[in-house]
Design a binder for this molecule. Structure first.
Ligand SMILES: Cc1cc2nc3c(=O)[nH]c(=O)nc-3n(C[C@H](O)[C@H](O)[C@H](O)COP(=O)(O)OP(=O)(O)OC[C@H]3O[C@@H](n4cnc5c(N)ncnc54)[C@H](O)[C@@H]3O)c2cc1C
Length: 384
């Protein structure tokens, strides 16, 4: 099975679908065979990023003048779908769907000329550092500061759970440039920090329950000096910029959730048709068929909704609440599918050698990161 077997998609045109074949071929050749090794090392090597960049998988939306392909978000979504369906755990979506948007929209000409071509080629791996040991959901409570000192900012603080933290060459750090500002969000800025700066330190590669190959780290900033030209856009606008990018970030998580749920479903159909029990196979039980039928119906609804959301985003119309709803619904669906599929595997479902076990562990975080699903309900509920 592949995602070509999902009937009636309507988000994409033939060029998108042709791109999908390139993405899939690349991932199956360069990604899938190496996943076990990356999981053992708990890191995807930078060389894989560069190989992906060479075939156009990174940051497809970057305009040609900055070294990109100048394509639409549909191409990002296709990379995301294929990564999640094929179980390749690269941190590409964080770079392509999240970080690059900040530079494209708010970066100075100099920042764009320097960083965008490198992010497209994979020479630069990026991270965005918001969460701190003391706060996640309540972003305005961050304590990392970036104080002005002449022509420099001096950063102090620590961040945690940062995706691509070990590999990152560039970190977009959310910091308080005016800690006394009221309300607090008016004192927040996004500062570009190169990982070779004195005082910047990577902490532990964090030990997670899932997404074994994903690089998730602590980062420390001790009197890190960066030129004031490292501020993204205007000082004090960081929080506003973060809010403006949320629909795409949340849609991106929804896309990955739906892709991985479909994969778990397809594998479980195959597994239950093969696994012998009593006089036949597990698939023969009415319970198995009913469970799978229920999931199939929800996945069908899910693809229709996802295509609606992708098209709406391509038209620039996806609202913050709609993005939050997509993240909420698709990640809840992902968890429901994973858990039911694991159950249908019996004891094999609990063994890491079976893909469903690793997929189940990895799926758990989708309802937590990118804003927890409780926060998604807050976002939706506030506008009712
Ligand atoms: C694998 C992984 C990768 C990550 N990658 C990144 C990254 O690249 N960059 C980054 O900055 N962060 C990253 N994060 C952090 C992630 O975004 C946060 O963990 C998440 O936003 C939740 O914040 P928290 O952990 O501080 O939980 P808390 O905010 O402490 O929440 C604890 C509980 O309280 C609930 N809660 C909090 N506020 C409310 C409320 N107002 N109403 C109802 N319930 C509430 C939450 O829903 C949750 O159930 C990552 C996390 C993980 C696990």
């Amino acid at each position: 099975m592949t995602l070509d077997d999902v009937a009636g998609r309507f988000a994409y045109d033939p060029d998108h679908e042709a791109f999908r074949q390139t993405v899939r071929q690349f991932l199956r050749k360069e990604g899938v065979p190496n996943v076990a090794e990356w999981e053992a090392n708990r890191l995807v090597p930078p060389a894989f990023w560069r190989a992906a960049g060479a075939v156009g998988l990174l940051c497809p939306t970057v305009p040609e003048e900055y070294g990109g392909l100048g394509l639409d978000f549909g191409y990002n979504a296709i990379v995301n779908e294929e990564l999640s369906y094929n179980g390749v755990p690269a941190g590409f979506t964080l770079q392509s769907d999240i970080v690059v948007g900040y530079l494209e929209h708010y970066g100075s000409e100099e920042q764009k000329r320097h960083w965008l071509p490198r992010m497209v080629s994979g020479e630069t791996i990026s991270a965005i550092a918001m969460t701190e040991p003391g706060t996640g959901s309540d972003l305005q409570a961050i304590r990392t500061t970036a104080r002005r000192d002449g022509n420099h900012y001096v950063l102090n603080g620590s961040k945690t759970y940062i995706t691509n933290g070990q590999n990152a060459d560039l970190v977009l750090v959310v910091a308080k440039t005016d800690p006394a500002a009221k309300p607090a969000y008016k004192g927040m800025s996004i500062i570009l920090v190169k990982a070779d700066r004195d005082g910047f330190r990577r902490g532990r590669k964090l030990d997670k329950i899932g997404q074994d190959a994903a690089d998730t780290s602590e980062l420390f900033f001790d009197d890190v000096r960066v030129p004031i030209t490292s501020c993204l856009g205007e000082e004090g606008k960081g929080f506003v910029y973060l809010m403006s990018q949320l629909p795409q970030e949340r849609l991106s998580i929804a896309v990955g959730a739906q892709g991985s749920a479909q994969k778990a479903f397809d594998e479980t159909v195959a597994f239950t048709k093969d696994r012998k029990a009593f006089a036949g196979v597990v698939f023969d039980f009415q319970n198995t068929r009913f469970v799978l039928a229920g999931l199939k119906a929800k996945l069908q609804v899910g693809w229709a909704h996802l295509d609606w959301a992708i098209k709406r985003h391509l038209a620039g119309a996806l609202t913050n609440e709609e993005g939050a709803a997509a993240k909420l619904w698709h990640t809840d669906l992902q968890w429901e599918v994973m858990d039911a599929c694991l159950q249908l595997h019996g004891g094999a479902g609990y063994m890491n050698e079976y893909p469903i076990a690793r997929a189940w562990r990895s799926a758990r975080v989708s309802r937590i990161y990118g804003g927890t699903n409780e926060i998604m309900k807050e976002v939706i509920g506030r506008k009712l």
